[in-house]
Design a protein around this ligand. Structure first.
Ligand SMILES: [Zn+2]
Length: 447
């Protein structure tokens, strides 16, 4: 099946062609060990291979190298000369299931109001919650699917998708169900990004449950319900295991509440993300460090539990936090679009680089603080505003992002034997990724 758009790239499901070959492209495999080795050139760091062929058979890459496709017959041939092929983009932090618009808040913020001031005037997450609750499942699914298709047309082959606009157990379950249903139609899902669903129940206070502690307890009590819904869809190929998240921030949830919710989820075998240290040093990184440390000890005792996958935002994280997180295998995630729309500081690459820490870059796509469904532009901002190098951006939106959503075995690199999830854009060098901030030169997406 080829889903063509009037403008934009061709989108193919690799499973629909027995054999596909791409000839003579510059291929960036992302198979590199040290993205901060400053002496090396971008091409080396990105595992670049010139005039390279890629052979895909039944959805799996069977060869990468010069002249690999020369003797292959009966394949669909794609000419890659003048093009760069790299792993499909992985957006490891999005909030794509919602209804309604919050454009008036974008205007208020442009006029100088802060995120917290907008919230204190009745704006913020609660506005999306009202619109989302008022929408039917069919409406939510339809708008979600449109966004998922848009992401693919901008090069995203996998994304993490959070609930969080339901704000009570029943409504959060409804949103999670929506995500699963949208991805369970096998014909449609072949041309959607693979999904890593996340329950972000503790996104803000619940209007029904008085007090944040009561809401957290209700969510903890409902973990078996969330987990059993996830279990029902566990056989679907493009759906990753369920994770949970929390908005740990002053005026939102506390460290103690985060610790209770996330510990309970980890013990249940669910993975964990944290919205951490965005507006203040609120203890998000410290919580992640403590949890990951405990998870490591449990693993040593061979007790199965979830993984602490990522800490996200990090404006106020310290160098020590970042180094500890890296040692424990927790990926920092940088969200430059949120800085762009909310007029807050960008996390700068040199802070990570001086600590020798790798990071993922994500869109944070949501109706309030980042109303743009474009990981490509997030990468562009990381380069221009955050001072990230070309390899840091390109690994940040592929291999590091895949790690941040626990999908490093299936996404983020190109290697023989891995599933074909890749993109091709016009260009001759890795830097050509930035020829257009929105990726208008993207030609092909293979899922
Ligand atoms: Zn977010």
């Amino acid at each position: 099946m080829v889903a063509s758009f009037s403008t934009g790239p061709e989108i193919m499901s690799a499973e629909d062609s027995e054999r596909i070959v791409i000839r003579n492209a510059l291929v960036l495999t992302m198979e590199c060990d040290n993205p901060h080795e400053v002496e090396s050139t971008s091409a080396v760091l990105l595992g670049a291979r010139k005039e390279c062929d890629i052979v895909i058979e039944n959805g799996v890459i069977t060869a990468i190298g010069a002249n690999e496709a020369a003797n292959i017959t009966g394949a669909r041939v794609i000419q890659g000369k003048g093009c760069v092929v790299m792993p499909g983009l992985v957006d490891c932090h999005t909030h794509p299931v919602f209804a309604g618009s919050r454009a008036t808040e974008t205007v208020l913020k442009a006029q100088g109001l802060s995120y917290e001031e907008v919230a204190s005037r009745g704006g913020g997450i609660v506005v999306s919650m009202r619109a989302t609750r008022a929408a039917s499942v069919a409406e939510l699914k339809a708008s979600y699917l449109q966004r998922a298709r848009k992401a693919v047309s901008r090069g995203v082959v996998a994304w993490e998708a959070k609930t969080g606009y339901g704000l009570n157990v029943e409504q959060e379950l409804r949103l999670l169900q929506c995500l699963y249903e949208a991805h369970s139609d096998s014909k449609e899902s072949k041309c959607l990004p693979a999904i890593a669903p996340t329950v972000l129940g503790p996104h803000a206070a619940s209007p029904e449950l008085h007090g944040l502690d009561n809401y957290i307890q209700a969510l903890i009590d409902a973990i078996p319900q969330f987990a059993s819904l996830s279990q029902k869809y566990s056989a679907a190929k493009n759906i990753r295991p369920l994770a949970v998240d929390i908005f740990l921030e002053r005026n939102y949830f506390t460290r103690e509440q985060a610790d209770r919710w996330l510990s309970a989820a980890l013990q249940h075998g669910l993975d964990v993300h944290i919205h951490a240290d965005e507006f203040s040093r609120s203890g998000g990184c410290e919580t992640a460090i403590a949890l990951a440390h405990r998870a490591e000890q449990s693993a040593q005792r061979k007790r199965a539990q979830g993984r602490v996958l990522s800490v996200d935002h990090l404006q106020y994280a310290t160098d020590t936090d970042l180094v500890r997180l890296q040692t424990l295998g927790v990926m920092p995630v940088i969200l430059p679009l949120t800085s762009f729309f909310s007029n807050i500081a960008y996390v700068e690459a040199r802070k990570l680089r001086s600590s020798g820490v790798r990071a993922a870059i994500a869109s944070d796509f949501n109706p309030g603080s980042a109303p743009l469904n474009s990981l490509w532009f997030a990468g562009f901002l990381a380069l221009v505003k955050g001072g990230f190098s070309v390899p840091e951006v390109l690994t940040g939106i592929t291999s590091n992002a895949a790690y941040a959503m626990g999908a490093e075995k299936t996404h983020g690199t190109l290697r023989t034997g891995s599933r074909a999830n890749l993109i091709m854009f016009e260009g001759d060098v890795p830097e050509d990724f930035f020829a257009s901030p929105m990726g208008d030169h993207l030609k092909l997406v293979i899922l």
